[in-house]
Ligand binder design. Structure first.
Ligand code: PGA
Ligand code: ZN
Length: 413
C-alpha cells in the first residue's frame, strides 16, 4: 500500500481538551484515527504531545506524511510501522518521546494501520489477527459505574477513581446489556442513598457519587444481587484505586474513608490490609493500582494475600516493556492495563502484550478519561485477542468502542 495523503489536525476530546486526529488516504478512500488523553497519568508514561506544543506535533505528522507520500513508502504489514518509528527516533531520542509525543505517534500509527487494513479490504481486527486463524473471541467489557478521584472536579467526592463492573456472560452483547442495566440500577440506588449527589458524572460518564468507598461497594453488592435475581447473571466487581493520587509523602490520605470517619491516613501496611479486607468483604474480582506506582514490593505482598483477585498494574507499569518485565519478575501483578498512548509506539505495545501473554498475565486494554470517537482499541482487543476491555458504560466516545465490538460480534457469528 502507498499513501496518497497523510495529514493531521487538532480536535477536542470528550473533556474539551485539544488532541490530534490523523487522516490517511489510500486508493481514493480516507480513514481517520485520533488519540485520547489521560488525566490520572502514570509518572512513567511518555509525554502526550511535543514539549514544543501540540501544534508542533501536528506539523511533525504533516511533514512526515508528505515524506511518506513523496517517497512512495510501502506499508503492508504491522511490522512496517517500524519504518515510521525509525524515522521518529532519528529526531527524538528522548526516553519520554518529548520531541514528538506519545499521543502523536499513537494517532499516526493507528491511522497507518487502518489504512493498511483498508487497502487489503479487511477490517482492522482481521488485519491484525492474520489469515487462517480460528474465530476470535470478543473481550469482556469492564464498565466504569461509579467514580471519583481525579476524574471528578468537585470537593465532595469518592476517594477511589473507579468502581467497575465485569459481567460473566458467554456473549459480548449480553455483558454490554447487563452493564447498562446495572448502571441504571446503581443510579436509582444512588438517588436514594447518596443525599448529596447532584446527578453529576465523572470524566468517563460514571456516576460521581459522594458516598464513602465502602458504602459504594455495598451499593454495588446490591446491584449485583438484583442482576442475579433478574437475569441470573454473575456480575463481578472491581475497583481502580489509582493509589498514587492518594499518596502524600509515605501516607495514603483518604478524605471520604467511611460514613463515620471521613479523613483517614493509612501507612503502606495498613493500605495493604485495607485492600485485602475490601477484596474479601465485597468479593472483588479486580483491583487496579492498589498501591503507589513505584511500590512493586507492596503489589507483590498484596498479591500473596489475595491470590484469586486480579491485581492489575496501570500507573505501575505504563505499557512500558521494562516496567512490565520488572512487575512480572517481582510477581507484583497478575493483570495488566494496556494503553497504547502511555508508550506511543504500537510496536512496543505489541511486545508488552506478547510478554504478558507468555506469563499468563490477564490483559485489559483501556480507554483514557479524555476520549475521542476513535475505535482502534476495540479492534486491537479482537485482533490481538485481549480478554478484557475497559471503556466506561455510557457516553458517545465510550459507546463508539462498545458499539463497534457489538458489530464485530455479529460479523464473526
Ligand atoms: P486516565 O486514567 O485519566 O489517565 O485516562 C484512567 C485510569 O487510571 O485507568
Ligand atoms: Zn487506572
Amino acid at each position: 500500500m502507498q499513501l496518497t495523503n497523510l495529514s493531521a489536525r487538532k480536535i477536542l476530546n470528550s473533556r474539551k481538551e485539544e488532541t490530534i486526529a490523523v487522516v490517511a488516504e489510500v486508493k481514493g478512500k480516507k480513514i481517520e484515527a485520533s488519540t485520547p488523553n489521560g488525566k490520572s497519568r502514570g509518572k512513567h508514561e511518555v509525554r502526550d504531545f511535543s514539549s514544543r506544543g501540540i501544534d508542533f506535533s501536528v506539523s511533525f505528522i504533516n511533514a512526515l506524511g508528505r515524506k511518506l507520500v513523496a517517497e512512495k513508502t510501502e506499508f503492508e504489514k504491522f511490522g512496517d510501522l517500524e519504518q515510521v518509528e525509525k524515522f521518529v527516533r532519528r529526531y527524538d531520542q528522548t526516553r519520554d518521546l518529548s520531541f514528538v509525543g506519545g499521543n502523536t505517534l499513537f494517532a499516526l500509527e493507528s491511522a497507518l494501520l487502518k489504512a493498511m487494513a483498508l487497502s487489503q479490504e479487511q477490517e482492522l481486527w482481521e488485519f491484525l489477527l492474520g489469515n487462517g486463524k480460528p474465530k476470535p473471541s470478543l473481550p469482556r467489557p469492564l464498565g466504569n459505574c461509579i467514580g471519583g478521584g481525579m476524574h471528578v472536579n468537585q470537593t465532595r467526592k469518592i476517594d477511589f477513581q473507579e468502581f467497575l463492573l465485569l459481567p460473566k456472560t458467554k456473549h459480548f452483547f449480553d455483558s454490554y446489556f447487563i452493564n447498562l442495566q446495572a448502571y441504571k440500577i446503581a443510579k436509582d440506588l444512588l438517588k436514594q442513598k447518596d443525599k448529596e449527589w447532584q446527578g453529576t458524572l465523572t470524566d468517563e460518564n460514571a456516576l460521581a457519587s459522594t458516598l464513602d468507598n465502602e458504602s459504594a461497594l455495598a451499593l454495588l453488592q446490591e446491584v449485583r444481587q438484583k442482576i442475579k435475581d433478574k437475569f441470573d447473571i454473575e456480575l463481578e466487581l472491581g475497583i481502580d484505586m489509582a493509589a498514587s493520587n492518594l499518596l502524600r509523602g509515605k501516607i495514603y490520605k483518604y478524605k471520604n474513608y467511611s460514613s463515620t470517619k471521613r479523613e483517614k491516613n493509612l501507612t503502606k501496611e495498613e493500605q495493604i490490609n485495607y485492600v485485602t479486607d475490601l477484596a474479601e468483604k465485597y468479593s472483588l474480582s479486580y483491583i487496579e493500582d492498589p498501591l503507589h506506582e513505584e511500590d512493586f514490593d507492596g503489589f507483590h505482598r498484596l498479591r500473596k494475600k489475595i491470590p484469586d483477585v486480579l491485581v492489575c498494574g496501570d500507573d505501575l507499569t505504563t505499557t512500558n516493556l521494562e516496567r512490565v518485565q520488572k512487575a512480572i519478575k517481582s510477581n507484583a501483578i497478575n493483570a495488566l492495563i494496556i494503553k497504547p498512548n502511555q508508550i506511543g509506539s504500537l510496536i512496543e505495545t505489541k511486545k508488552v502484550v506478547d510478554l504478558a501473554k507468555k506469563h499468563n498475565i490477564t490483559l485489559i486494554i483501556s480507554h483514557r478519561s479524555g476520549e475521542t470517537m476513535d475505535n482502534t482499541i476495540a479492534h486491537l482487543a479482537v485482533g490481538w485477542q485481549i480478554p478484557i476491555i475497559k471503556t466506561g458504560i455510557l457516553g458517545k466516545e465510550r459507546l463508539a468502542k462498545l458499539n463497534e465490538l457489538l458489530r464485530i460480534e455479529r460479523r464473526i457469528k
